[in-house]
Design a protein around this ligand. Structure first.
Ligand SMILES: [Zn+2]
Length: 122
């Protein structure tokens, strides 16, 4: 979560995309992400709670709030409980803006050619 916040501050859109669940990556609006990253003045991140992810866990949750100001100076904060999913050895952010309506046996939207349940489902 901290690294994704830093990526927003620094405008590292590639990093934000590649750390999102692969099945959701085709749904992301890179231009909107870049615009928001660029136009906002980032004021801080508070991580309230991080699940200590055990070695065997494939899901983790982080509760955080992010603070930023728009170009007009108005300040905002957003509190969210984010879910992360472990596929293989890597953790991915599950983007709540892009719910996946995919059946277990459907082809995975990430384009791997595998069934969803054997690929990006956690
Ligand atoms: Zn997949």
């Amino acid at each position: 979560m901290r690294s994704r916040y830093s990526a927003y501050v620094l405008g590292l859109i590639d990093y934000l995309v590649t750390t999102t669940l692969p099945a959701q990556q085709p749904l992301l609006d890179r231009q909107a992400m870049a615009q928001w990253s660029h136009d906002s003045r980032w004021l801080g991140l508070n991580v309230e709670r991080e699940d200590p992810a055990s070695a065997s866990a494939s899901r983790a949750q982080v509760i955080f709030s992010a603070h930023w100001a728009d170009p007009d100076g108005s300040q905002h904060s957003h509190r969210e409980c984010s879910d992360f999913c472990k596929l293989g050895e890597r953790w991915y952010f599950i983007d709540p803006n892009h719910p996946l309506d995919v059946g277990r046996n459907d082809p995975c939207p990430c384009g791997s050619g595998k069934k969803f349940k054997q690929c990006c489902r956690c």
